[in-house]
Design a protein around this ligand. Structure first.
Ligand code: ZN
Length: 133
């Protein structure tokens, strides 16, 4: 894995949280994007070399809605940049990690993404992402 690509934070209301985090970082988000297949609206902030993704559910079946129902707002996942997502999935499966979607799917911010089940990663939802070129 190359680096942390971003940290995902689940929020109830992305407009309210956009202004909250803009105050915190001293800078507004630079983009918003809906990922319909996941039932989420996202926004992205740059903090120096790092990125923060806010996620709001767009329907009650969304994984974000379920997360907030169970745990409340807060850190939802950590995303790692990988060069070759299919090889990385293969390697991690061989190491015994539980992959949520074996076939990489299109996520926000022009990425192919795969999630690892938190039960195999000490309770942390891990997102692997590879930039789509
Ligand atoms: Zn993410």
């Amino acid at each position: 894995m190359n680096k942390i690509e971003h940290i995902g934070i689940a929020v109830k209301n992305i407009e309210t949280s956009n202004s909250l985090f803009a105050k915190l970082f001293g800078e507004s988000h630079y983009k918003t994007e809906a990922v319909e297949s996941e039932g989420v609206k996202t926004s992205f902030f740059k903090v120096g070399p790092n990125k923060i993704e806010l996620l709001e559910a767009t329907n009650p079946e969304s994984p974000i809605a379920k997360f907030i129902e169970k745990k409340g707002e807060g850190i939802h996942h950590i995303a790692f940049d990988v060069a070759d997502i299919e090889n990385e999935v293969k390697r991690l499966k061989e190491e015994g990690f539980v992959v949520l979607n074996e076939k990489p799917k299109k996520g926000a911010d022009n990425k192919l993404v795969v999630f690892l089940h938190p039960k195999s990663t000490n309770g942390v939802l891990i997102e692997l992402c590879q930039e789509i070129i």
